[in-house]
Design a protein around this ligand. Structure first.
Ligand SMILES: C[S@@+](CC[C@H](N)C(=O)[O-])C[C@H]1O[C@@H](n2cnc3c(N)ncnc32)[C@H](O)[C@@H]1O
Length: 291
């Protein structure tokens, strides 16, 4: 069968998705697909494309899980059912962190390479990998963690794929929040410690009432839900920070707009919370540091 014959089959109505599968299985760009519609497709490719299309249309499997990858901050990351599919709003955390680093370099002439990056509950690893790629000289050491071994495996694969020519020290831990830091606290570098964390922050009720059945069925609930007010995990992490009291710490966190005020009231004497990026009325990237 010619490519054009498959591409224009009237029963395959999701043309964008069809093109995505063809590009992935033929390993070509959309432009190459468009200019080579006369090419003959092998039976194997046709079966692969049709199976993927069925999985998307009939089984409602997210496109990113079928493709096995997602685009985030101009890079392609592996994802699978063990990890959350990173959302576009989270890209603002990379911009916010990079702006902070640039400011720090300019204002304080901070020494390069003495700084530590921590990604707490990394999922497929988009946060720390993107921050490192955007700021290749600022950090000497990066640590990423997740509670789930399957998620850590994907983060490690992304690390091996995307971080090839740099010489940062990298460690990873299967850990609940900052538990791993107890062992590290005396070894923190003299420079800044930057935490990036997109902890699960959706209140359980909101998740049950508002999140689509598709997401509920297909993506891991623990990656979304932060229980009653959605802030259980953030509160535990902030309490750990108060207890560990690391020096020169700054955090970049993602949460819902009203949750920032809840944290401000609860931790009034301990932390400063500054809203640095807005995705839409409902979601904020928050910069926080110890008073
Ligand atoms: C919202 S996802 C964020 C993933 C990634 N950083 C991103 O922004 O796309 C939260 C992560 O928390 C992890 N997680 C969920 N429940 C957890 C728990 N009880 N303990 C530790 N990690 C957990 C999940 O594996 C998931 O990777």
């Amino acid at each position: 069968m010619k490519l054009w014959a498959l591409l224009w089959r009237v029963d395959l109505t999701e043309k964008f998705v069809l093109q995505k599968f063809l590009c992935t299985f033929l390993q070509c760009s959309r432009e190459e697909l468009r200019t080579n519609t006369d090419q003959e497709l092998s039976d194997e490719i046709i079966q692969k494309v049709l199976a993927a299309y069925k999985s998307y249309v009939e089984d409602k499997k997210p496109l990113e899980y079928i493709l096995g990858h997602v685009d985030f901050f101009w890079k392609e990351f592996f994802v699978n059912e063990a990890t959350l599919i990173p959302r576009p709003e989270t890209e603002y955390m990379i911009t916010a962190t990079t702006e902070y680093i640039n400011w720090k370099l300019k204002i304080e002439n901070w020494k390069l390479g003495e700084n530590l990056l921590l990604d707490i509950w990394t999922g497929c690893g988009v946060l720390w990998i993107s921050v490192l790629l955007q700021n290749p000289t600022y950090f000497s050491h990066a640590i990423f963690s997740d509670y789930f071994a399957d998620a850590l495996e994907i983060a490690k694969r992304n690390y091996q794929k995307l971080i090839t020519d740099f010489s940062w020290k990298v460690d990873f831990f299967q850990s609940d929040l900052l538990d791993f830091l107890v062992r590290w606290i005396s070894e923190l570098p003299d420079g800044t410690t930057v935490i990036v964390a997109n902890l699960p922050y959706i209140p359980e009720e909101t998740f049950e009432a508002n999140v689509s059945d598709n997401v509920k069925k297909r993506e891991p609930k623990p990656a979304f839900v932060g229980w009653d007010d959605g802030l259980d995990y953030y509160k535990i992490m902030l309490d750990q920070i108060i207890w560990l009291h690391p020096k020169n710490l700054v955090m970049f966190l993602e949460m819902m707009t009203w949750q920032v005020d809840v944290l401000r009231q609860l931790y009034d004497d301990k932390f400063i919370f500054e809203e640095v990026k807005t995705f839409h009325f409902n979601i904020r990237i928050v910069k926080a540091w110890l008073k």
